[in-house]
Design a protein around this ligand. Structure first.
Ligand code: NAP
Length: 326
């Protein structure tokens, strides 16, 4: 099968990771259907994706690993080394003694010797136990940033995670990690798209050499049932028409032009193909100004996505774990 598009790559500052392909495929989709996920990853490999995002929470490590084994068997890639794999440590595992065992379990699911990038999924620690989603507010406990990051560094030192980083961290949370780090985080993966541009966080990360990966680059999967402010944006639709591109391509291209890496989920081969075709054309200055003026709106918050609305936070302040900044 011919490879249609190759993505440029980003060199990550810390760690000895292979460079990160400048677009990644997201695999979060609930409920998980093993075959569907595996086939979507294989379709993504066929159209040129080499960067895949999973997490222990998603339950997609196993089908992703199966797909990569199959991609090698079919000769779509020469070996596992040709792909960049990210996984994440869930909140119930954010205790120093659980970090390494959690990564080892992810690696067993992935059938891999290492991940290219291992992220702390949220700046939230919950009582150990099976991950329930949404979580109970009473289960949130204080986060030992120093102890957990020390164990993330151990994962890196052992070569089980080529690079380490964080996700959903604000500048306030990053300050805590930076104060404790010998190996600073290589990546912060956050919600970022034309309707949630995160200027303050991007400026902070640029200054500290932390690469920003953008999840929900197309506005997400309508988790809250409120529609999709990116795909339904009139401003983006006008630009898309003028550039003869889709709204999705305009959003992804804008993220790429900001020096960030979109992590985009599609399980449709046609849309996967479309999503990776963003590297051989440009937005104009005027497009960038118009996108810069889009009213801002965040979708994912700790209070409305991670936790169920009932109950009370008894051991933490919501303000310490909330991720809305700007
Ligand atoms: N770190 C975190 O806390 C976190 C949180 C959320 C997500 N993520 C990661 O980021 C990935 C992407 O984010 P996301 O899944 O929230 O949302 P997204 O990538 O913004 O949007 C995905 C939605 O857009 C549709 N879509 C994809 N390409 C399209 C196109 N060209 N035209 C029209 N529609 C298109 C998809 O449906 P089809 O499949 O039908 O194409 C899907 O419903 C996740 O899968 C996950 O890996 C991380």
């Amino acid at each position: 099968m011919a490879l249609t598009t190759a993505a440029p790559e980003v060199v990550l500052r810390s760690g000895n990771a292979r460079p990160m392909p400048a677009i990644g495929m997201g695999t979060a989709k609930f409920p998980v259907v093993h075959e569907t996920t595996r086939d979507a990853v294989l379709a993504a490999v066929e159209v040129g994706f080499r960067h895949f995002d999973t997490a222990s929470l998603y339950g997609t490590e196993l089908p992703l690993g199966d797909a990569i084994v199959e991609a090698v068997r079919r000769g779509l890639v020469a070996s596992r080394e040709e792909v960049f794999i990210t996984s994440k440590l869930w909140c119930t595992q954010c205790h120093p003694h659980l970090v390494l065992p959690s990564l080892r379990e992810s690696l067993r699911n992935l059938q891999m010797e290492y991940v290219d990038l291992y992220l702390i999924h949220w700046p939230i620690c919950m009582k150990p136990g099976p991950g329930v989603f949404p979580a109970k507010r009473e289960d949130a406990v204080p986060f030992d940033f120093e102890g957990v990051w020390r164990e993330m560094e151990e994962c890196h030192r052992l070569g089980l995670a080529k690079a380490i980083g964080v996700s959903n961290f604000t500048t306030w949370h990053l300050d805590k990690i930076m104060a404790a780090a010998t190996v600073p985080p290589a990546v912060n993966q956050v919600e970022l798209n034309p309707v949630w541009q995160q200027r303050k966080l991007r400026a902070y990360c640029a200054e500290k050499g932390i690469h920003v990966a953008a999840y929900s680059p197309l506005g997400g999967q309508n988790w809250s049932g409120e529609g999709n402010a990116v795909l339904e944006s009139g401003v983006l639709a006008k630009i898309a028409k003028a550039r003869r591109k889709s709204v999705a391509q305009v959003a992804l291209r804008w993220i790429y032009e900001q020096g960030l890496t979109p992590i985009v989920k599609s399980f449709s081969k046609e849309r996967l193909k479309q999503n990776i075709q963003i590297f051989d054309w440009e937005l104009t200055e005027d497009d960038l100004i118009k996108i810069g003026q889009i009213p801002q709106k965040k979708i994912v918050t700790a209070a409305n996505v991670v936790f169920s609305p009932e109950g009370e936070f008894t051991a933490v302040n919501l303000s310490d774990i909330e991720i809305v900044e700007e």
